[in-house]
Design a binder for this molecule. Structure first.
Ligand SMILES: [Ca+2]
Length: 388
């Protein structure tokens, strides 16, 4: 399961890792990076006392410069205000405010309403007015955790990029001010979380004739290795017919397959109902019509027991236009019945997932992907507040 906890000290480590992994290789797995310009002034100016309302109080800290854009267009940035004697107050611009007023929080990405630092004698009624500066600062990690194998629910295509990890609600981060970074042993990827919430899981059926109600059309018995391949009408699993497969040859393998049309990196959900009479029958979405290598496929499920069971698995395609198959390595007799076969192509996740967008915060794509395996576990996942 996912475990998230807050951290501010891990921010620098994460940014360093992103920078290092993005650099050309020189033969070492990592290169030492140096962070410079971690604070850059993006706006500054002067304001009169007449146009300034400053609230210093812990819990309700805010500022109002009678401007619709300053500092509200700089959420996540550090606001510094000095009175005419040079005394300083500074705090981080929060994610929202009221009217021209803007809430101030203690830490970037935080929720505690307070100024980060205050010179004790700062004058909140300075008739000579104030100067201010708005500084862009390093992103900060606001949540971190890990993801088990087959639970990332990722699409890594440039068209549909999204992440919807099992048990993790990302809807709070759909504000256009967060990024997500996912790490494996030697790989990582990251992108911005779109401000657009997914409308809900959207899918397209890729299997033809998964119900076997009239025939076994659209299915291919590779080399006829399944010696029994027929539509069964005697007590079918559902409807008027189901799939019956059997083979007794002692060596080799057998597969019954159907090609599905979707690009590599797509998320799919495979479901079917089945019962296994004997042998070690499994299902797989693999890269060829023959007995597949699971490292080249996804959604591997082993049939268990003579009673009808419902099978369900999510996976990200490892090749373009792969094959769904029922397959066995031979050696003993193998026999199964199957029905209601479905492979749904998930083009948008549930509303708790996150569409991933590129640096323009619009185009669906990860910003960087060194080749993560979406079906494997992720040792670390960070939610990063970047602000505006
Ligand atoms: Ca049926």
């Amino acid at each position: 399961m996912l475990k998230f906890f807050r951290s501010k000290y891990l921010a620098y480590l994460s940014i360093l890792l992103m920078l290092c992994l993005g650099l050309p290789s020189t033969g070492n797995a990592m290169r030492r990076g140096t962070l410079v310009n971690d604070r850059v002034t993006v706006a500054s100016g002067v304001v009169t006392l007449l146009n300034t309302v400053i609230v210093l109080t812990n819990g309700v800290a805010s500022v109002d410069f009678t401007s619709a854009t300053v500092p509200r267009n700089y959420q996540g940035c550090l606001l510094q205000v000095r009175d005419s004697a040079g005394r300083l107050i500074q705090g981080f611009v929060y994610t929202n405010g009221t009217g021209t007023a803007q809430n101030i929080v203690l830490t970037k990405g935080g929720t505690t309403r307070n100024w980060t630092t205050q010179d004790g004698s700062f004058n909140i009624a300075d008739t000579s007015g104030y100067t201010y500066a708005i500084l862009r600062t390093l992103p900060v990690i606001v949540a971190t955790g890990s993801i088990l194998a087959n639970q990332a629910m990722m699409d890594t295509t440039a068209t549909n990029s999204f992440v919807a990890p099992v048990g993790l609600d990302l809807s709070a981060y759909q504000t256009g001010t967060y990024a997500i970074a996912l790490y494996q042993a030697t790989k990582m990827c990251w992108g911005y979380i779109s401000a657009t919430a997914p409308a809900g899981e959207t899918s397209t059926e890729l299997i033809t004739n998964g119900t076997f109600e009239t025939d076994t059309g659209s299915w291919t018995n590779y080399n006829n290795y399944w010696t029994t391949f027929e539509r069964n009408t005697t007590s079918p699993i559902s409807g008027t017919g189901d799939l019956h497969l059997a083979v007794t040859v002692a060596t080799g393998y057998a597969s019954l397959s159907q090609q599905i049309i979707a690009p590599v990196g797509s998320l799919v959900r495979n479901t079917f109902n089945a019962k296994e009479i004997s042998g070690g029958v499994r299902s797989l979405i693999g890269n060829s019509v023959s007995y597949g290598n699971v490292s080249l496929g996804c959604c591997e499920q082993f049939l268990t027991g003579a009673g009808v069971s419902a099978y369900s698995s999510y996976g990200t395609l490892r090749s373009t236009n792969p094959y769904f198959m029922f397959c066995v390595l031979l050696g003993t007799s193998n026999e199964m019945y199957g029905d209601d076969v479905s492979v749904l192509w998930i083009s948008d996740p549930a509303s708790t997932g996150a569409q991933i967008v590129a640096a323009d915060k619009v185009t669906r794509s990860f910003v960087y992907n060194s080749g993560v395996d979406p079906n494997a576990s992720f040792s670390r996942v960070d939610i990063i507040y970047v602000g505006q």
